[in-house]
Write a protein that binds this ligand. Structure first.
Ligand code: THU
Length: 141
């Protein structure tokens, strides 16, 4: 039998992860953009962490949903993202979040974009998110 990929192992957990990201989106603090985003990730321990975007009147201080979820997980002691879902009207992590994701995700970690307008799910991997990424492992850091 072919070796199981990260995607195979996590597949059964994706519907709950998508639901958690959509639920987290309801908590978004986005009075400036009015663009709510939710994220949920499965960490190395198997635990799910969620996050939403948190904006600020000084716009540059705003934090994306993905990074909120990642920082919650890492500050709880986690060091690996096995799967991450982002839920928004047009769900796709920004460049800054992609760099933060590759810090903690193996290249085959599952990424799911949940489109909240039509309900479409798009699957990709952390490796595809940021091709030729600045990877601390490759850099020997
Ligand atoms: N945003 C996220 O939370 N995640 C993304 O991947 C893209 C953008 C937030 C930032 C800001 O609060 C709002 O969406 C509009 O850019």
């Amino acid at each position: 039998m072919a070796k199981k990929t990260g995607a195979d192992k996590i597949a059964g957990k994706i519907p709950a992860l998508v639901a958690a990201a959509k639920e987290a989106r309801k908590k978004a603090y986005c009075p400036y953009s009015h663009y709510p985003v939710g994220a949920a990730l499965i960490a190395g321990s198997g635990k799910v962490y969620t996050g939403c975007n948190i904006e600020n009147a000084s716009f540059g201080l705003s934090n994306c949903a993905e990074r909120t979820a990642i920082f919650k997980a890492v500050s709880a002691g986690e060091r690996e993202i096995k799967a991450l879902c982002v839920a928004a009207d047009s769900a796709s992590p920004c460049g800054a979040c992609r760099q933060v994701i590759v810090e903690f995700a193996k290249k085959d970690a599952v990424m799911v974009y949940a489109d909240c307008r039509g309900g479409k799910l798009t699957y990709t991997t952390a490796g595809e998110l940021l091709p030729l990424a600045f990877d601390p492992k490759d850099a020997g850091l």
